[in-house]
Design a protein around this ligand. Structure first.
Ligand code: ADP
Ligand code: MG
Length: 828
């Protein structure tokens, strides 16, 4: 007898000895199913037996003791009847038992009906009574492992796990990456430039080409659908040679482009055409795949799961809320999100699912906010005369936006609870001075302030700004009371700073991570400021805060996101936006040059330097790892100095340099000892050199939109006209969407929106929000109206039942728990 059956027998005997109290296994007999089923299948136990065991044990907890005795007896009898046959199977050649065939050939071609079996009665019965589900109103166990599906054994389960699919719930929420709408196919003859379409055609020619003298390859195909031909081009996907062959029908999806007057598609998404789809005339989901998982197999599996289980789901949102927000029911939404009946149904489904995500997000954020609002914060009353005097001592008048920010902070500081304020302002809007004024408010009352910046260059820059603004005029603070602490600060000085902070003689410390990493104690830390907050993790923010007792917190970010979104994502923080640049700033014209036009960039740089301006030239990386088509900053610095600008002074800055070396170079650049700074992206964050007017980015296609926007923000910080030049690695990358977006607008909000559309929220939102990004599968962060609706509903519900204790909210409470589990709970 197979070991798995042997195991069962032991458990059954123990259970009998214990009087059928369901105590033979901790947590109940059904628990063993978690692993038993896999073992049994591996040992070729007949599928019907596996199912019978699963069904019986699944129900076991809900039976009375007599019923239990009966059930185990019946089951054991069934096993005895089958075992000889099962034993024979084990010895048979591996390919002969049906199970083995199924496992070996799936999922390339799953046997018909195997997935269907998954949803038949015995399994269904058992799923309903999965461990833990017995007491819940939830009729299906979303946590049930996928191996409960027939057709999915351990091997397929492992494959699906690579797609992140481990439970039924995962499957229901595994959404298509796109849909092919066979009801709206466009004939090739009717296509026009710029259209985003799916086209079907037969491959007429297909061939791979090498690009002139380079390692890169091109694969080209022409398809024809009887009305016309369309040329398709893929870069660097040489394996397509074996996939796309003349005579086959494929569907391609992408944007119609133009090349030499002909319509083409570049790097389209493609699928072999499944004949069934053609005739269904419907919208077919296309799922993200991994090796060895075919679209057809996965789609079929998901179809079975979704059509059977989605309608049985009880909605976690209360009816009142569904009505108020005009949302479709969850089961319907899941069904339509996978297999939509029409574009309208699909949109409604996506709306509903997106609503859930934002709603959950907001509920989490609100409870965070409640937590921090429940503690007390020191009151700082700021006298109006005092403030006016401080402001008039500044070298410039504050913009209206800056004044509003200062006012908001002033109000927060006297509220009696810790300030938790997010200051959001596009690059160059002048956040630093606002932070300095806030620091002055707090130090005026004798308390201490800590400012944390992501790089030592930036910390040092702030250090100088703070000293200039606070220690020079009127002697509010002495220079000794403002100190810089970075990893590189000499040990002796660190010691001095540590004791100065501990006894309270130092009032402001500005630094990098060092501020939280060093064993520093403050006498009376009352304000923590975090600059470029998206560069920091939540733990770091918490660590800084923990250096005081409920200190006020000011976080600053250049991340330009729409207000409603900011309210949602940073809902635990109070938001103030600075939507105004200091006077005299001009938009920065941005040009995309092909590599052959590099000379033009050099000419511009030279002419600017003749006018006593300075320039940045940025390269993607320092090292030689990707030497093939990357220009290393170090190498290029040497070349530029020798061949292009022999008469000019060129500085070099890269990540491999020691922090003190970096600072020295940066300061020298700021003091105009260099005309040009050749650098990697270490200058990206916050560096302020108002005299620099040209930003040339090499390998520009390699950067993200947020990074490019930050880089461009390094120039145009004074009143002089500045320029941004973007040169991609190679000519073909000129059509890069990010680069065109950069050329089109200087507005960080618009760029953020684009980036969200193109890549999801990850990049613009930074560390903290990267977690959210993965949990927001449906929500388009550009759908401001929906976000606003979800936010308001969450707020209303939170006010009524913050801990979701009402019985009507128990399912919601569970769903919320699921949403926030899985490493996404990274709120501060
Ligand atoms: P960011 O918001 O990107 O951190 P900074 O605080 O570095 O911006 O400020 C950018 C530049 O604008 C600095 O050179 C600063 O001195 C200058 N600046 C800030 N506020 C004003 C203002 N109200 N008027 C004129 N220049 C200002
Ligand atoms: Mg800044």
């Amino acid at each position: 007898m197979q070991p798995s059956l042997e195991k069962l027998r032991k458990f059954f005997r123990l259970e009998h000895e214990n009087g059928y109290g369901n105590t033979a296994v901790i947590g109940g007999l059904a628990r063993i199913l978690d692993y038993w089923e896999g073992e049994a299948r591996n040992e070729m136990v007949a599928e019907s037996l596996v199912q019978a065991v699963a069904a019986t044990l699944g129900e076991y907890a809900s039976l009375a003791p007599e019923g239990r005795a009966e059930a185990l007896k019946t089951l054991w009898k069934q096993i005895q009847d089958k075992v000889p046959e099962a034993a024979v199977k084990v010895q048979a050649p591996r390919s002969s038992p049906p199970r083995a065939v199924a496992e070996a050939s799936e999922p390339v071609s799953a046997p018909e009906g195997s997935a269907e079996e998954a949803v038949r009665a015995p399994k269904a019965a058992r799923l309903r009574s999965q461990p833990g589900a017995g007491t819940s109103k939830r009729p299906i166990a979303l946590n049930a492992s996928l191996t409960v599906l027939a057709g999915v054994g351990p091997r397929n389960a492992a494959m699906l796990a690579r797609l992140g699919l481990e439970t039924l719930g995962d499957m229901l929420y595994y959404f298509p990456r796109r849909y092919d709408d066979y009801s709206q196919l466009k004939p090739i003859r009717d296509l026009f430039y710029g259209q985003q379409v799916t086209v079907i055609g037969t491959v007429v020619t297909a061939e791979a080409r090498q690009m002139r003298g380079r390692a890169r390859s091109i694969f080209e195909a022409v398809i024809n659908d009887g009305t016309g031909g369309l040329r398709l081009t893929w870069f660097n996907q040489p394996w397509l040679v074996n996939r796309i062959k003349a005579g086959e029908a494929i569907s391609v999806s992408g944007k119609i482009d133009q090349y030499l007057g002909r319509l083409v598609m570049t790097n389209p998404d493609w699928e072999p055409v499944e004949v069934d789809n053609l005739h269904t005339n419907r919208i077919v989901p296309i799922y993200p795949l991994t090796q060895n998982v075919t679209q057809k197999w996965l789609r079929k599996l998901i179809h079975q799961v979704v059509t059977y289980w989605a309608p049985k789901l009880t909605d976690h949102l209360p009816d009142t809320l569904l009505d108020a927000a005009e949302l479709s029911d969850l089961g319907m939404a899941l069904l339509q999100a996978h297999f939509p009946d029409s574009q309208e149904e699909l949109q409604a489904a996506r709306r509903r699912l997106a609503f859930d995500e934002i709603f959950f997000l907001q509920m989490g954020v609100l409870s965070q906010k409640r937590d921090w609002q429940s503690v007390e914060g020191r009151v700082f009353e700021v006298d109006t005369d005092w403030l006016e005097k401080r402001l008039s001592a500044l070298p410039y008048a504050l913009t209206n936006a800056q004044q509003r920010a200062v006012e908001a902070i002033r109000t927060d500081l006297k509220a009696g609870r810790p300030m938790n304020r997010l200051l959001q302002g596009d690059v160059g809007s002048g956040k630093t001075v606002v932070a300095a004024v806030a620091a002055a408010m707090v130090t005026a009352a004798g308390a201490q302030v800590a400012i944390m910046a992501p790089t030592s260059i930036l910390a040092e820059q702030h250090f100088h700004t703070f000293r200039d603004l606070l220690a020079e005029e009127g002697g509010a603070l002495s220079t000794e009371q403002i100190r810089l602490l970075v990893g590189d600060t000499p040990e002796k000085e660190k010691e001095e700073i540590r004791s100065g902070l501990a006894e309270g003689s130092i009032k402001i410390v500005i630094g990098t991570h060092a501020v939280i990493e060093e064993p520093i104690a403050f006498a009376d830390l009352q304000l923590a400021v975090i600059d470029e907050q998206h560069r920091f993790g939540v733990e770091q923010r918490a660590a800084l805060r923990s250096k005081g007792t409920n200190p006020h917190l000011l976080v600053m970010t250049a991340t330009p996101i729409p207000r409603s979104l900011a309210l949602t994502l940073y809902g635990d923080l109070d938001l103030v936006v600075m939507d105004e640049l200091p006077p005299g700033r001009q938009p920065i014209p941005t040009h995309i040059l092909i590599p052959q036009e590099r000379e033009r960039a050099y000419t511009l740089i030279r002419s600017q330097i003749e006018e006593h301006r300075q320039a940045f030239i940025i390269y993607p990386l320092v090292e030689e790892s990707e030497k093939s088509d990357q220009l290393a900053a170090t190498e290029e610095h040497a070349r530029l100095q020798k061949e292009v600008f022999p008469d000019l002074k060129l500085g070099l800055l890269h990540g491999r340099m020691r922090p003190d070396e970096k600072d020295a170079v940066m300061l020298a650049f700021r003091d105009r000892q260099y005309d040009i700074l050749v650098s990697t992206t270490v200058v990206e964050v916050g560096v302020d050199v108002p005299n620099a007017t040209v930003m040339l980015v090499e390998g520009a296609n390699r950067f993200g939109l947020a990074q490019l926007h930050q880089l461009r923000g390094r120039v145009g910080r004074g009143e002089a006209q500045s320029f941004c030049l973007l040169i991609p690695d190679h000519e073909d990358a000129v059509e890069n969407e990010r680069l065109s977006a950069m050329a089109e607008t200087n507005d960080g909000f618009i760029l953020a929106e684009r980036d969200l559309q193109q890549r999801g929220p990850g990049e613009f939102l930074g560390t903290r929000q990267a977690g959210f990004a993965s949990s927001l599968k449906m929500a388009s962060l550009s759908d401001v109206a929906l976000i606003e609706k979800a936010r308001l509903q969450a707020q209303a519900l939170f006010e009524r039942d913050p801990d979701l204790q009402e019985p009507a909210h128990s399912l919601l409470s569970e769903a919320l728990g699921r949403f926030w589990s899985g490493g996404k709970g990274d709120l501060s």
